[in-house]
Ligand binder design. Structure first.
Ligand SMILES: C[S@@+](CC[C@H](N)C(=O)[O-])C[C@H]1O[C@@H](n2cnc3c(N)ncnc32)[C@H](O)[C@@H]1O
Length: 288
């Protein structure tokens, strides 16, 4: 922690979003008991508050259109994002449910206990793998902030299958597609040189994964915006993919997606989840 990044008292208070209580941030251990912010918690608060600000129009949209909109946070961890969204939007509106999905039991138990202590009665916590989770059949907004590797794909598939009106994911580390690129037998020659080296496979694999995610959302009827979450100084995992459901589906986007996967010789998890019958490219044996 450096002097520049440590924030105390009034300086820390300036990082709070309008309507955000220091008490909640203390309960989440983002603020220390005497109201200070260290470098790590400042980074987390900036990410979460920035995402909350970017999500405001989507949350206001579902609050205006639905009696009890369901917001699902996938790979919730300590549920920082869920608690902040609940306090800023759902508590203020007096309606809406926040459903957090997290695989680690101890994090779920702690978050559940905190919600009870704070009286956040419309927060639900499900201990499950995202792919096996059972949120309500109809959900309205899905978020996944730094859900690891293919957990982001599980979150996107959940959003699409449960009819989410809005989706926002900030992908984390990605390994799956880099490994597929390594095994790809017949990629298009022009593409092959983009991932000849292991370093490039990792970078290109990560980029390709997010391009596939955006196209899969478009194919599923979402208009997509790709932007940055917060400045690079706050996180290297900074790409935000936002989707808004605008039509039933888009066949042209689906064809572009399939052609891209074929040219690169990959079949990322989201494609397997959404189009299971589609064969894998030549030479790429798939096990799930
Ligand atoms: C890097 S943390 C991010 C936590 C939180 N979203 C945040 O930004 O503070 C990723 C979390 O996702 C959870 N996770 C990873 N894969 C998951 C899966 N398939 N199903 C449910 N939770 C998962 C991990 O246990 C971890 O708590």
């Amino acid at each position: 922690m450096t002097g520049r990044t440590q924030k105390k008292g009034a300086e820390a208070a300036r990082e709070l979003a309008p309507g955000q209580s220091p008490e909640l941030l203390k309960a989440l251990h983002i603020l220390t008991r005497d109201g200070q912010l260290n470098a790590d918690s400042l980074r987390k608060l900036k990410q979460v508050n920035h995402l909350a600000r970017l999500l405001a129009p989507a949350i206001e949209d579902v609050l205006a259109r639905f009696g009890d909109p369901v917001l699902v946070d996938c790979g919730a961890g300590k549920s920082y994002l869920g608690f902040v969204l609940y306090e800023l939007f759902l508590a203020a509106a007096g309606k809406g449910t926040l459903h957090a999905i997290e695989s680690r039991a101890e994090l779920v138990e702690k978050a559940r206990a905190l919600a009870t202590r704070l009286g956040f009665g419309r927060m639900a916590f499900e201990q499950a793998e995202i792919g096996a989770a059972r949120p309500p059949p109809r959900v309205h907004l899905v978020t996944a902030l730094h859900a690891c590797d293919t957990a982001t794909d599980d979150a996107l598939a959940l959003a699409i299958r449960h009819g989410a009106d809005h989706v926002a994911v900030v992908p984390c580390c990605q390994a799956e597609v880099a490994e597929q690129l390594h095994r790809a037998e017949a990629p298009a020659p022009l593409l092959a040189s983009l991932f000849e080296h292991a370093w490039h496979r990792r970078e290109f694999g990560s980029h390709l994964t997010n391009v596939v995610r955006a196209l899969a959302l478009e194919a599923s009827g979402y208009s997509v915006t790709v932007t940055e979450l917060a400045g690079w100084e706050h996180s290297l995992k900074n790409e935000l993919i936002l989707g808004k459901k605008v039509r039933a589906s888009d066949g042209k986007a689906r064809e572009r997606l399939f052609a891209l996967c074929e040219a690169a010789g990959v079949k990322p998890k989201l494609v397997r989840l959404l189009w299971p019958a589609r064969p894998a490219p030549a030479g790429l044996a798939m096990d799930g």
